[in-house]
Write a protein that binds this ligand. Structure first.
Ligand SMILES: Nc1nc2c(c(=O)[nH]1)N[C@H]1C(S)=C(S)[C@@H](COP(=O)(O)O)O[C@H]1N2
Ligand SMILES: [Mo]
Length: 317
């Protein structure tokens, strides 16, 4: 079992800020200035902002971390799925500079006694942050190991006091085509939506991530706050969240609405249940050559299999 609780491991080395991302932005701005679409001062402002590295976050080592080799920061921040910025893996790193993640309001609402709109920076200061090194398995067949910084979703949900009738949690990404140019097109139904059963949302593995590799989240990874559900396919881990709503009915989610035969509500990583168009038995860890076996629940079965006792996982895929 490749999962270890490591209360004593040392903090990861802080890798350099991903300079190439800023170069992309600078080149883009230079083009805009040349085309007369932006004043020349825009470049100076942008260079200044880009030179300031993402804020360092103070995080204690948290539970459930894997000791597998971490995917390098460069790959974590340049090989992404974030369709709001384009459908190619390199598009989010190139285009997500138009997202303005600060200030940011996160509403936690619905069937709760104390609905609240949180200023995300205040929330980050108030919450004890943990570093958790989790595997992320994309439904497309690749995987990474990412040192997230965040706090359990359960901590936030408890603070708003769920009502007895709450059974599900619905998550929504920002909808603003000016900040997210991909939303001007119709690749997906916008805004991106995801959902969990309340017991999945309250599970101690389920994380709200606000950073990675010891710093605030890069835009392309879902700044300023995104979900991480490591035993489910990556598409459940919704980025740049503006609303978390507790409901009594299973919420509609983007991928299971678009292609219900291909993407279920549960989306638990399951090597025994193929996607209709490809097998899920193996995966390519980014940076490795040979494919490895995909593990049930992405290797987190000891923690979460009990949530699905008695359920037919072929039917509830
Ligand atoms: N809003 C939003 N969230 C999203 C996506 C997206 O397109 N839009 N892609 C998902 C998919 S398919 C994956 S695999 C993960 C990728 O996260 P990463 O780029 O930080 O590795 O984000 C998920 N969250
Ligand atoms: Mo994915």
């Amino acid at each position: 079992m490749p999962i270890h609780i490591r209360p004593d491991y040392s903090l990861p080395e802080r890798e350099a800020t991903p300079e190439a991302l800023y170069l992309n932005r600078r080149e883009w701005l230079a083009g805009m200035i040349a085309a007369g679409l932006l004043p020349a001062s825009a470049l100076a402002t942008a260079v200044e902002a880009a030179a300031a590295p993402l804020a360092k976050l103070n995080a204690k080592p948290g539970p459930f971390s894997t000791d597998e080799e971490k995917t390098p920061l460069k790959a974590v921040t340049t090989y992404n799925n974030f369709y709001e910025f384009g459908t190619d893996k390199g598009d989010p790193a190139e285009n997500a500079h138009s997202l303005r993640p600060r200030p940011w309001t996160l509403a936690v609402e619905g069937l709760v006694d104390k609905p609240q709109r949180f200023d995300v920076d205040k929330l980050i200061k108030a919450m004890p942050l943990e570093e958790r090194i989790y595997r992320l398995r994309c439904v497309e067949g690749w995987s990474m190991v990412i040192p997230w910084v965040g706090f359990p979703l359960a901590s936030l949900l408890k603070a708003v006091e769920p009502q007895a009738g709450a059974r599900y949690v619905a998550f929504t990404t920002l909808h603003d085509p000016r900040q997210m140019p991909g939303q001007k097109g119709g690749v997906l139904q916008w805004p991106y939506r995801e959902g969990l059963r309340l017991d999945e949302a309250m599970h101690p593995l389920t994380l709200l991530a606000v950073g990675l590799y010891g710093r605030a989240l890069p835009n392309q990874n879902g700044a300023p706050i995104r979900l991480v559900v490591p035993w489910k396919y990556g598409f459940k881990s919704i980025k740049s969240i503006v609303s978390i709503r507790l409901t009594d009915k299973q919420p509609a989610t983007t991928w299971s609405t678009m292609a219900p035969r291909e993407y279920g509500f549960y989306a638990n990583v399951n090597p025994a249940v193929s996607h209709p168009r490809w097998s899920q038995a193996k995966e390519r860890r980014i940076g490795e050559f040979l494919r490895r076996d995909t593990l049930p629940f992405n290797g987190y079965g000891a923690q979460v299999a009990g949530l699905y006792k008695g359920m037919d996982l072929r039917r509830f895929y």
